[in-house]
Ligand binder design. Structure first.
Ligand code: THU
Length: 138
């Protein structure tokens, strides 16, 4: 069960769809939008940004997460991700998002049929590595 109301889920899903429209994906043609809901109700978005040097491309989730942190937010209430197929975040993005809350609700939005599927980041990243696994630095 998600801690988010249906209204919040819908708001976040629509923001992710909107962000997807700003994706820069001329190489893969696979456009992704992400939207993160902050504790104070603000929503910060990101889209994937590709590059002619393919390996430099950045996923939508990490663009959104970095924008949120840059705006002063380190805790969030949920993340929505919109794409054709409603795909889950890649492994790198799971790890990147987990830094700011392994227990975060994730909403996957399928642009084909409009389906929304809700899960939790902890389900997507079992036996995760985090700051608690690092040795204490004295
Ligand atoms: N992509 C994302 O934006 N998020 C993911 O979690 C999976 C992949 C992007 C990266 C690249 O621009 C395109 O989708 C194809 O892999």
């Amino acid at each position: 069960m998600s801690s988010l109301s249906n209204r919040r889920i819908e708001q976040l899903a629509l923001s992710a769809v909107d962000a997807c429209g700003r994706a820069y994906a001329p190489y893969s043609k696979f456009e992704v939008g992400a939207a993160i809901l902050m504790q104070d109700g603000q929503v910060i978005t990101g889209c994937n940004v590709e590059n002619a040097s393919y390996g430099l491309s950045i996923c939508a989730e990490r663009v959104a997460a970095a924008a949120a942190v840059s705006a002063g937010y380190r805790k969030w209430r949920g993340v929505a991700i919109a794409s054709v197929g409603g795909v889950p975040p890649c492994g790198a993005c799971r790890q990147f998002l987990a830094e700011f809350g392994l227990n975060t609700p994730i909403i996957l939005v399928n642009l084909i049929d409009g389906a929304r599927s809700v899960c939790n980041l902890s389900e997507l990243l079992p036996r995760s590595f985090g700051s608690g696994d690092l040795p204490e630095i004295t």
